[in-house]
Design a protein around this ligand. Structure first.
Ligand code: G4P
Length: 277
């Protein structure tokens, strides 16, 4: 599978983000809890030096809870403030306010020493496409927020969402580009739906996923599709196609349809809570 990103497009996004980063104290970096390393762009480390950092494992509802805990501990050990969230149902969002204060305590202390009172913490959300940035901003800001903008010191046109007295959030997230140097990273990103399906071979991808589930979540495919899961991945896809009646005219099995269905069920969480790394 040979996946390519579009450098021109991303160069512009990067430049814009660098400008926005100058305005903020805290970077809220969203990762997909199902593939926290693959959905992370390491360049953000370089770009946001000097900033406080909060790393969120988003879509935690779709990921394996045990792995959520393990990844949380992993990133904490690396020195990040971290939390797991489900932006769609707001689970875990309340706790973030306290973590933000904790993550920005040095800034708050610096302000206090300089006699600056009530300067809000300014934050921005960053992450790769489809990781849930807009959903997070909407849920986190909620209904109570007020938009502010065009004030002195704020670049014209920038919109800030006031979350409470002490935190303001930039209303447009920074888009990071995924890194495909490692083909496995590209595969995981394709599995979680961060790569357009027309760029990938869906059958090949589903076979990889089936193999992964066979090895790491034994019994799951058997239960979901009522198939014997001991064979080769292609045999399993065939069994799934048969079981789900994916046939073309002339009664040939429609592997592509079966593959697309498996991927869709995985992405929607209907196969269960699964973490890919
Ligand atoms: P982006 O701005 O980073 O590109 O991502 P966006 O918020 O558009 O979210 C991408 C998809 O991920 C959306 O689904 C959204 O509902 C879903 N999503 C975001 N956060 C979570 C989460 O914590 N848990 C789950 N389960 N899903 C989440 P969609 O299918 O594209 O749209 P929709 O059908 O939900 O409207």
């Amino acid at each position: 599978m040979n996946l390519q990103w579009y450098p021109g497009h991303m160069t512009k996004a990067r430049r814009m983000m660098q400008e926005d980063l100058k305005l903020i104290d805290l970077v809220i970096e969203l990762l997909d809890a199902r593939a926290p390393l693959s959905s992370r762009n390491p360049d953000i480390d370089e770009m946001s030096r000097q900033k406080s950092r909060l790393l969120l494992l988003n879509k935690a509802d779709l990921a394996d809870e045990k792995k959520n805990q393990e990844w949380g501990a992993f990133f904490q050990k690396k020195g990040f403030y971290t939390a797991k969230v489900d932006s769609r149902s707001n689970a875990g969002l309340k706790a973030i306010h306290n973590i933000i204060k904790e993550a920005c305590k040095e800034k708050l202390e610096r302000d206090r020493r300089r006699g600056i009172k009530n300067r809000p913490i300014r934050a921005m959300v960053v992450g790769i496409p489809n990781v849930g940035k807009s959903t997070f901003i909407n849920s986190f800001a909620g209904k109570a927020c007020t938009k502010t903008g065009n004030r002195p010191g704020v670049t014209k046109g920038k919109q800030w969402i006031r979350l409470n007295k002490s935190v303001e959030l930039l209303d447009t997230p920074g888009i990071l580009w995924p890194k495909f140097d490692d083909p496995q990273v590209g595969e995981r990103l394709a599995m979680i739906g961060s790569v357009k399906d027309d760029l990938i071979n869906i059958e090949e991808l589903s076979l990889k996923l089936i193999g992964y589930l066979q090895r790491n979540y034994p019994g799951l495919l058997q239960k979901r599709y009522n198939i014997d899961e001991s064979g080769e991945t292609l045999q399993l896809l065939e069994a799934i196609a048969r079981e789900r009646n994916c046939v073309r005219k002339g009664a040939d099995l429609d592997y592509e349809k079966a593959a697309a269905m498996v991927m869709e069920e995985f992405r929607g969480g209907r196969l269960g809570r699964i973490t890919l790394e």
